[in-house]
Ligand binder design. Structure first.
Ligand SMILES: NC(=O)c1ccc[n+]([C@@H]2O[C@H](COP(=O)([O-])OP(=O)(O)OC[C@H]3O[C@@H](n4cnc5c(N)ncnc54)[C@H](OP(=O)(O)O)[C@@H]3O)[C@@H](O)[C@H]2O)c1
Length: 257
């Protein structure tokens, strides 16, 4: 019997990339997956792979309330919530308007809180459950041309760490996943396809590898997972020798004469 047999798993942003791979991985491990997303064509494809596919825009309170109602009516409980829905914005700081920053926060932070507020209280009531927050290495370190995106992912990690303390003793675990570049449509959707080519040189992870790490984080009760040795080294250097890392970055970014 698979280790997630009969577990009820809700995944936001399940129509593409990491969310889609995670939906498949949980389904293969025996879970009943409710996958949520917005794109109707991809939702129809998802519906063939999971127990239920539902239209949910995480910025729409009514959609999230419907998600809660459907999950409770159909399953009576949610064991795992994967807060994965997210978007990117890759402009320099002076080309990013306050409205753009606000809109990105609405998806990457407020949306995650909204879905958690809809589903985590039921876990607390039952005294068990897992909240998986798909953050990013960009939530651990700032990267140029990503001020808004890094801000939202830093905020998501801070929010999750504080929530973990508030949930201490409730039986609900909070897991934060920090992938480096992953081979998905993410950068192209955000209008920066060139960076995907650059990332390809750095060998991006597959969405399937991130999905496997998400299942493992629950199995092994890991509070935070920084994926890939390179991202781990970057995170460590950023904490121990931030100035040296800045200098190396400046040298690397300097146009070759
Ligand atoms: N790719 C990377 O390099 C990378 C690295 C680190 C972390 N991440 C994070 O991983 C997560 C998934 O990204 P991905 O790489 O798999 O990108 P992706 O392939 O572009 O998928 C993004 C998913 O989020 C959904 N989504 C976006 N806005 C939404 C909204 N307002 N409401 C509901 N769903 C929404 C999309 O749904 P629809 O298409 O149906 O609209 C899609 O299913 C994001 O949180 C991202 O920040 C990605």
């Amino acid at each position: 019997m698979s280790d997630f047999h009969d577990q009820v798993v809700v995944i936001t942003g399940a129509t593409s990339g990491i969310g889609r791979a995670t939906a498949r991985a949980f389904t293969a491990a025996g879970a009943r997956v409710l996958g949520a997303g917005r794109h109707q064509g991809r939702l129809a494809e998802l519906a063939r792979e999971v127990d239920l596919a539902l239209t949910v825009d995480v910025t729409e309170p009514r959609d999230v309330e419907l998600l809660r109602t459907v999950a409770m009516d159909r399953y009576g409980r949610v064991d795992v919530l994967v807060n994965n829905a997210g978007a990117g914005l890759f402009e320099r700081w002076d080309a990013t308007s306050p409205d753009q920053l606000r809109a990105l926060l609405e998806v990457n932070l407020v949306g995650a809180q909204r879905v958690a507020q809809a589903l985590v209280p039921g876990m607390v009531e039952r005294g068990s459950g897992h909240l998986v927050q798909v953050a990013s290495i960009a939530g651990k370190r700032g990267f140029e041309r990503q001020t808004a995106y890094c801000a939202t992912k830093h905020a998501l990690i801070g929010w999750s760490e504080a929530l973990r303390q508030e949930l201490h003793g409730s039986g609900v675990k909070v897991h934060v996943i920090c992938p480096p570049a992953v081979d998905t449509p993410f950068f192209a959707t955000a209008g920066w396809p060139e960076i995907a080519t650059q990332h390809r040189r750095w060998r991006p992870m597959s969405a399937e590898a991130v999905a496997a790490a998400i299942l493992d984080a629950i199995r092994k009760d890991q509070r935070e997972v920084i994926l890939s040795p390179r991202a781990k080294a970057l995170h460590l250097a950023s904490r121990l020798t931030p100035q040296a890392l800045d200098r190396a970055r400046e040298r690397w970014a300097k146009p070759k004469s």
